[in-house]
Design a binder for this molecule. Structure first.
Ligand code: GDP
Ligand code: MG
Length: 806
C-alpha cells in the first residue's frame, strides 16, 4: 500500500521510499525511514496536499509524492497500541533488519592517534572565535543570532526565511565573536541550495566552533543533522533551543547525559527571551579553549557491513593527506558511499582518485550483494535514526498521554475542507480592508504634509529651475511614494504576523493544489497576493520559496498582479468612460492581470523551467503566538528594505522625468516647442497608435516607467497644465475634441486599451531592480521589461480592435 492511500486518522508503518534523487533524499533526512510510524492527519480542502504526523512533527506532502512511499497500514487495535508506545522516542515497532543499536555499544571513542583539533591548546590563539549557527529550518537560529549579536534580523515561523547568511560581531567573556547565521538545512548533502551553501561555507571558512541549534520540541528529526555534524568531527556545541516548549510539554530530557553520550556539550536555550544564551557562549569559549570535559569524538556507529565498507574507503582516502584538508575521512567516505557528486569531484582532484573510487565501487557492489533490497543512502539514514532513537530512549521521558494540542484544534478549523477557504478568504479580505481602508487615513495625512511642504517651497523659494525641481520633481515624485508607506507598513505587519504565527504555512498548504495547476508551489501564493499592494515587497517575499525555478517564475509573474499604483489610472478612466459598469470593469482589470500571470507561469514552466527541482515536502510548524516586538521589528525590517530600494531610485527617476518635462527652458512659452518628454512621447507614438493611444497618453505611459503613480499626474500636466488637476477637470479634458485631430484623444475603446497597457506593460523601475536583486541575474530584469511590454501591446491591441467592433 502507498502512503497516499492512507485514510485520515489511519496510521501505517513506512516500508520503503521509492523514487530517487532530491525527493528521496529529502524525505529520508526528514525521518521517512523504514519501520517508522506515520499518521495521516488531514487533507487540504482541495484534497491535496495531505498533512501527516511523523515522529514529533507535522509535514505536508502532495499525493503524488506520498504515492512514492510504501507503507503497511496498522490495524486499529495495533494502532492504539502503537500510539501509546509512540510517545516514547523509539516508536519503531517493526524495525526489522537494523535493530536499534544499544547506545552503549554504538559509540566508540576516536582512537586513530590524531589529537582532535578541538583540543588544541588555548595558548597563542587569537582572541576571536568564529561561530557558525547550523540547524534545521525554523529551529530559532536567527532568533539566537539576534539576541546574541543584538542584530535585528528577520525571524519567521516559516521555513526558508534565511537564504543567504548574515554575520554579526559582539564581545563576550573577553573574546570577540564573529557569528554567522546560515540557512536552515535538514542535512549536509548537496541536494538543495541551502545544503550546498552550508557545506561550502564549512569547507571554505572552517569556523572555530559550530553551534548546532536544535529544536527541543522536535528532537528526533533535528538530531539527524547533528549526527552528520558529528561525522564531520568539528568542534561543536548544541544549543537546545525552544527549551521552554519542551518544559511546557512535560517532557523530561536529561540533556547532560545526552551530551555526554554524543560527546557534544548541550546547553538549553530559549532564544526568544535570551535565556541560556550567556551560558551557551561560555560553553563555546570552553570548547574553543579545549577545556570542556564533555567534548569527545564519538562515532555514530553504522551497521557492520557499512562500517566495513567505510573502513576500506577510509584507508584509501588516507593515501593522500591533502584530501582530508576540509572534511575528515569518515565523512568523506560516507558521502562517497552515497555517490555524492560534489564530494566525488573533491576527491577527484587527488592523484589517488582513480584508486579511491575503484575501492568505493567495489564496496558498493559488495553492499548491494549483501542487501539487494536496500540502497546505501537509506541504510545510512536508517542507522542514524536508530542511533538517535537509542540515545533518546535513554535520556528522554515523554508524558504518556498524547495531548490534543492547541495547534491541532486550530488546524481542525483552519485547514478544514468546509471552513478552510472561507477562513482564508476572510483573513485575506480583512487584511486588505485594513491595509487600504484604514491605511487611507494616515496616507491622507502624509499627502497633506507633502502638499504643505510643496507649497512651502513654492512660496518661499525664488523662482527658477531649482524651486521647480524641488517642488515638482523631488517632493512630487518621492512624496507620491511615501504616501504608500502606511499601507505598506500595515500590510507588512500582517504578513509578519502570519509568518510568525505559523498561519502562512497553512495558507500555502490549502492553496497548493491550485498553485500546482500553474506549476507553482503553495508558497507562491502569498507573494502574489502581496502584489496587489505593491509589487516590490511581493518580489521580496518570494524569498521564502525554496525551489529556485518556482521562485523565479513567481517573481516574473508578480508584475502582472495589479498593484495599488495602477489604481488611480483605473479610477480616472473607468470614472470617465465606464461609469455605468464601473465595478465590472474594475474587477475585469484585476482578473485580466491574474489571468496573464497564470498563463505566463504555465508558459515558463512549459518551456523554460521544465522540472521543479525541489520536492513539496513542507513542515507545518506548531502555532506560536508572535511577540508584538518581533512582528513590529520584522515589519520595520521589510519597510526599511522597501524604502532603501525605492528611495534612491524614485528620487533619481523623479528628477529625470521632471527634467525631461522642464527642459528645454523655452517650451512653456512657445506652443510650437515641446519638452523632451513630449518629444520622446511623439517619437514612440507610432508604436502606440495601433492601440488608439494618443501621443499624450504615450507620454504618460513612458513617464510611468519609473513609477506608475506618475501616469495620472503626467496626464494632468499634459491635459490641464496642472498636476493637481481634479479628476473631474481631467475627465472633461480627456473627452473634449482635440483640435489637432478633430476627435477626442480618448474614446471608450482607446481608454480600455490604455488601461490594459498600463496594467501589463513593463513594471516600474523599483520592481525591475527588485527582480534583478532577488534572482541575482540581469537577464530576468531584461526579460520582464521586454516580455511584459510585448504582452501588454498585444493584448491592448486585441482589446482595442475588439472594442471598436461594438
Ligand atoms: P530560523 O528559521 O532557525 O532562523 O528560526 P527563527 O529564528 O526565524 O524562529 C522561528 C520561530 O520560532 C519564530 O516564530 C521565533 O519567534 C520562534 N522561536 C525562536 N526561538 C524560540 C524559543 O526558544 N522558544 C520559543 N517558544 N519560540 C522560539
Ligand atoms: Mg532564520
Amino acid at each position: 500500500m502507498r502512503l497516499s492511500d492512507l485514510k485520515t486518522g489511519q496510521s501505517a508503518v513506512i516500508i520503503k521510499i521509492l523514487g530517487h534523487g532530491a525527493f528521496r533524499k529529502r524525505v529520508m533526512e526528514m525521518g521517512f525511514i523504514k519501520g517508522r510510524k506515520i499518521t495521516a492527519l488531514l487533507v487540504a480542502p482541495l484534497r491535496d496536499p495531505v498533512k501527516y504526523r511523523l515522529m514529533n512533527y507535522e509535514v505536508s506532502l502532495r499525493r503524488a509524492e506520498a504515492n512514492m512511499i510504501e507503507v503497511m497500514p496498522l490495524a486499529p487495535a495495533e494502532n492504539t497500541a502503537v500510539s501509546r508506545e509512540s510517545s516514547t522516542p523509539a516508536d519503531a515497532p517493526v524495525r526489522t533488519e537494523v535493530s536499534t543499536p544499544s547506545v552503549a555499544h554504538s559509540m566508540t571513542v576516536e582512537d586513530d592517534g590524531i589529537a582532535p583539533h578541538h583540543r588544541k591548546e588555548f595558548e597563542g590563539r587569537s582572541h576571536t572565535i568564529n561561530v557558525a549557527l547550523i540547524g534545521n529550518p525554523n529551529c530559532g537560529k536567527t532568533s539566537l543570532f539576534n539576541v546574541a549579536s543584538g542584530a535585528k534580523e528577520h525571524v519567521g515561523n516559516y521555513s526558508g526565511v534565511t537564504v543567504d547568511s548574515k554575520t554579526g560581531t559582539f564581545v563576550h567573556g573577553g573574546y570577540t565573536f564573529n557569528i554567522v547565521d546560515l540557512p536552515g538545512t535538514y542535512s549536509l548533502s548537496a541536494y538543495s541550495p541551502e545544503e550546498r551553501y552550508v557545506r561550502t561555507y564549512l569547507k571554505d571558512n572552517n569556523p572555530d566552533v559550530i553551534v548546532n541549534v536544535v529544536d527541543a520540541s522536535n528532537l528526533e528529526r533535528n538530531l539527524y543533522l547533528t549526527t552528520e555534524l558529528i561525522d564531520m568531527d568539528h568542534a561543536m556545541v548544541i544549543a537546545l533551543n525552544m527549551y521552554d516548549e519542551l518544559r511546557n510539554s512535560g517532557t523530561v530530557l536529561d540533556y547532560e547525559a545526552l551530551g555526554n553520550m554524543i560527546g557534544v556539550p548541550v546547553v538549553p536555550t530559549v532564544s526568544r527571551t535570551g535565556e541560556g544564551v550567556k551560558k551557551l557562549f561560555d560553553t563555546i569559549i570552553e570548547v574553543y579553549e579545549g577545556k570542556n570535559p564533555v567534548v569527545r569524538h564519538v562515532h555514530v556507529k553504522l551497521s557492520q557491513d557499512l562500517e566495513r565498507a567505510l573502513a576500506a574507503i577510509k584507508d584509501a582516502l588516507k593515501r593522500d593527506k591533502s584530501i582530508n584538508q576540509h572534511f575528515c575521512a569518515r565523512y568523506l567516505g560516507m558521502r562517497l558511499l552515497e555517490r555524492d557528486a560534489e564530494i566525488e569531484a573533491l576527491v577527484g582532484e587527488s592523484r589517488e582518485a582513480g584508486e579511491i573510487l575503484a575501492i568505493r565501487d567495489r564496496q558498493l557492489k559488495e553492499l548491494e550483494r549483501l542487501h539487494p533490497e536496500e540502497d546505501v543512502t537509506s541504510m545510512i539514514a536508517d542507522n542514524k535514526y536508530g542511533f538517535i532513537s537509542g540515545a533518546l530512549a535513554e535520556t528522554m521521558e515523554q508524558p504518556q498521554q498524547e495531548s490534543v494540542t492547541t495547534t491541532h484544534i486550530i488546524d481542525a478549523f483552519v485547514t478544514n475542507r468546509l471552513f478552510g477557504f472561507p477562513i482564508f478568504l476572510l483573513v485575506m479580505t480583512f487584511i486588505f480592508w485594513f491595509t487600504f481602508y484604514i491605511g487611507a487615513y494616515p496616507a491622507d495625512w502624509i499627502q497633506e504634509g507633502v502638499d504643505a511642504l510643496s507649497a512651502l517651497v513654492d512660496n518661499h523659494m525664488p523662482d527658477g529651475p531649482l524651486r521647480d525641481m524641488l517642488a515638482n520633481g523631488v517632493i512630487g515624485g518621492v512624496g507620491g511614494v511615501i504616501v504608500f508607506l502606511p499601507n505598506i507598513l500595515i500590510l507588512f505587519f500582517f504578513i509578519s504576523f502570519m509568518e510568525d504565527s505559523g498561519y502562512m504555512a497553512r495558507a500555502a498548504f490549502i492553496m497548493d493544489r491550485l498553485m500546482h495547476k500553474i506549476g507553482l508551489h503553495g508558497k507562491s501564493f502569498i507573494p502574489l497576493v502581496m502584489g496587489f499592494g505593491c509589487n516590490v515587497p511581493a518580489v521580496m517575499a518570494s524569498r521564502a520559496i525554496e525551489s529556485r525555478s518556482s521562485k523565479i517564475i513567481t517573481v516574473l509573474i508578480t508584475p502582472f498582479i495589479s498593484c495599488s499604483a495602477r489604481l488611480p489610472v483605473f479610477v480616472l478612466l473607468i470614472g470617465t468612460f465606464f461609469s455605468a459598469h464601473a465595478a465590472l470593469v474594475f474587477i475585469s482589470m484585476y482578473l485580466l492581470g491574474a489571468l496573464v500571470a497564470m498563463g505566463t507561469a504555465r508558459l515558463l514552466r512549459r518551456f523554460l523551467f521544465k522540472v521543479d527541482e525541489t520536492p513539496f515536502v513542507m513542515e507545518l510548524p506548531p502555532y506560536r503566538v508572535p511577540t508584538l516586538k518581533t512582528s513590529v521589528r520584522h515589519m520595520w525590517w521589510k519597510a526599511k528594505q522597501y524604502l532603501q530600494k525605492m528611495g534612491g531610485i524614485i528620487l533619481f527617476a523623479s528628477i529625470i522625468v521632471w527634467a525631461l518635462d522642464y527642459f528645454p527652458l523655452d517650451h512653456k512659452d512657445n506652443p510650437d516647442r515641446y519638452s523632451y518628454l513630449e518629444t520622446i512621447g511623439k517619437a514612440v507614438h507610432p508604436v502606440m497608435e495601433p492601440l488608439g493611444i494618443s501621443w499624450r497618453g504615450t507620454v504618460a505611459a513612458v513617464a510611468g516607467v519609473p513609477a506608475k503613480e506618475i501616469v495620472v499626474s503626467t496626464l494632468g500636466v499634459l491635459y490641464t497644465g496642472s498636476e493637481e488637476a481634479t479628476d473631474q477637470a481631467l475627465s472633461q479634458r480627456l473627452t473634449t475634441v482635440n483640435p489637432e485631430t478633430g476627435v477626442p484623444d480618448f474614446t471608450p475603446a482607446s481608454a480600455l486599451a490604455f488601461m490594459i497597457f498600463i496594467l501589463l506593460y513593463c513594471p516600474c523601475v523599483a520592481t525591475v531592480v527588485a527582480i534583478v536583486k532577488e534572482t541575482g541575474q540581469w537577464r530576468y530584469g531584461a526579460f520582464t521589461v521586454l516580455y511584459n511590454t510585448l504582452v501588454a501591446w498585444v493584448i491592448a491591441f486585441g482589446a482595442y480592435r475588439l472594442a471598436l467592433l461594438f
